[in-house]
Design a protein around this ligand. Structure first.
Ligand SMILES: [Zn+2]
Length: 300
């Protein structure tokens, strides 16, 4: 199951108690339905929880019995009866004629009703991506005025809605994980909101660990590369001059490096028989490199 359908299933567990809220939820469902006109209202869904919820909601909200429908993988609820459609339009404060849809804020005056309304909007026209992939929640309509009014509603709720036009649809979307969490909590899906939050924490943790590993790997390869250059230089000196000809300090350092090729500078310092500082040791290794650079390969 997708994250979207998990959210819808959880939101559908919200009890239908107050009739004001039932009306608000139905209003959201219908505004973002596949069709909302004087000829038909059509809501299509593949979510079993919503399929079960619809008839109860419709009867509680508008005292309308749901006409017979065939529950299937993609169920369509359709109202076409003129008197029924007229009743719906009146209930939502619209004149019974085809018109550009707008948001009737009177229906969602109470805070309880705003939650229910947004739940309806999401159940009908919403989608949210799996937070493992991306933080993105959206719903769309082809009514420009409705889109504008929805944006101002979300702004009132301190969510930061963004909008774009996709073909002839106006899409409202949320990108911020915190705002998506808030939205899910508002519509009655706090468990999914929590899952999103956990995913975010895990993702951040993984990123931090990856950064550390990358950093350690980089340091390690730096150490290995430096050591390899030093070992090659010492071998060259040995081949062309013999390391026994080096002064005592350089000889000791060369032997130390040859015997401990994987060691970091700190480890070498600790392994040194005669005490030497880290800069001192570094200086000697550099002198070995310089000496090797000066030696011509063909000399011996
Ligand atoms: Zn209410």
């Amino acid at each position: 199951m997708s994250f979207s359908s998990d959210v819808k299933t959880e939101a559908c567990k919200t009890g239908i108690t107050r009739s004001c809220c039932a009306t608000a939820e139905m209003y959201g469902l219908m505004l973002y339905a596949t069709a909302f006109s004087c000829r038909e209202i059509r809501i299509t869904t593949s979510n079993p929880a919503l399929i079960k919820r619809m008839p109860t909601l419709l009867s509680k909200a508008l005292k309308i019995e749901m006409p017979a429908f065939a529950a299937s993988a993609k169920t369509t609820f359709q109202l076409t009866d003129k008197s029924v459609l007229g009743k719906v339009f009146t209930a939502f404060g619209y004149e019974f004629k085809d018109t550009a849809l707008h948001l009737n804020r009177a229906i969602i005056d109470d805070e309880c009703c705003i939650s229910s309304f947004l739940r309806g909007v999401f159940l009908s026209g919403g989608a949210v991506m799996n937070p493992d992939k991306k933080y993105h929640l959206e719903f769309s309509t082809n009514h420009l005025t409705l889109n504008r009014e929805m944006i101002s509603l979300l702004l009132d709720l301190d969510l930061a809605p963004k909008t774009l036009k996709r073909k002839n649809e106006y899409v409202i979307y949320l990108k911020d994980s915190g705002h998506i969490e808030d939205f899910l909590t508002i519509i009655g899906a706090p468990v999914c909101a929590m899952r999103l939050m956990q995913t975010k924490v895990e993702k951040e943790l993984r990123n931090t660990v990856n950064r550390q590993v990358n950093c350690e790997t980089a340091n390690l390869s730096k150490t290995v590369n430096a050591s390899l250059r030093q070992v090659n230089a010492i071998k060259k000196i040995d081949r062309l001059l013999g390391i026994a000809t080096l002064d005592k300090q350089l000889y000791e350092t060369a032997m130390l490096r040859l015997e401990n090729q994987d060691a970091t500078l700190n480890e070498l310092k600790a392994l040194s028989k005669t005490p030497v500082s880290k800069p001192g040791l570094n200086h000697r290794l550099r002198r070995l490199l310089e000496l090797s650079d000066k030696l011509k390969e063909d000399k011996g």
